[in-house]
Ligand binder design. Sequence first.
Ligand code: NDP
Length: 329
Amino acid sequence: MPFNTIVVEQVSDTEVSVAVTELTEDQLPEGNVTVAVEYSTVNYKDGLCLQPNNGLVRNYPHVPGIDFAGTVESSDDSRYSVGDQVVLTGWRVGESHWGGFSQKARVNADWLVPLPEGITTRQAMAVGTAGFAAMLAVMALEDHGLKPDHGEVLVTGAAGGVGSVATTILGKRGYEVAAVTGRPETADYLKSLGATRIVPRSEIDTVTKRPLERETWAGCVDAVGGEMLARVLGQLKYGASVSAVGLAGGAKLPASVIPFLLRGVNLLGIDSVMQPYENRLRAWQRIASDLPMEKLEAMIQPATLSDVPSLGSEILQGKVKGRVVVDVN
Ligand code: NDP
């Protein structure tokens, strides 16, 4: 039976074509589990993978989509049986391996996680890589000692995917959340998720000459990087940590080492792609317990496979609010 898939073809050195295309199962790559995909999502990295010369996709034709959730259709692996519900994020699926913008995906069983109790496949994709990384970021801050009574926690790129989920999780756990956004019109949305204060992006997106400013933040989940992350380092409280998740504002870090030396602050790297299985399970269990599903619902922008190309461009321009959920069927 043919099924629908988004296929990216290389047209020239500087151009790719992206189209919803029918494939058959014998065209799927090798793997020991075949999944009937129900939902996928659009992350920042998906936006990149839909562009030419993105540095992530090396072989064409390619099926993008770095995340998916669905039901096992066939399995040669003892850990998974037909009918099991599963979620996949990371492992370079959608980059070096065919991904989730498809009604069927064939993958290595090691990359799958059983869908946690109490979460649907749609909700899992409202979380997706962005939300999973946000959870890892909060876990890292707490593993480094952060507690709700320490003071305000900053979330940068707050109206985006990582930022929206981080704001919600922190709010649910009783933290005061200061949400940085360049889109003032998202203030009510961010407050409904759990933000207690809105910080305009322009207040914090350039470095100053002073490496240390007033000790303000008890912690930070940073989706932006660049000058904003450098600035945040100088505003952290003594001994506080920032989880560096993203680079929506740039990959360069024009920072001073002074905050590390005089305030003992910590810069924690967050990688969701190669995260070991045990920590993946821990993060998904924490998502099930710490992320209020009705707030997750408020973040969802529904989409279909044919919407993916335009949403890919929008997310790279910082225009997507919250989380896109793609119903591939
Ligand atoms: P989104 O586009 O949904 O969110 C990014 C947000 O950053 C935007 O919504 C915007 O928020 C803000 N932003 C965009 N451009 C700029 C800019 N030039 N300066 C300052 N702020 C800006 O993307 P995601 O949330 O999906 O991903 C965010 C980042 O995290 C990306 O760089 C992504 O690659 C990375 N990431 C990393 C992971 C990991 O494992 N480390 C996993 C998942 C994502 P607002 O409008 O509120 O200002």
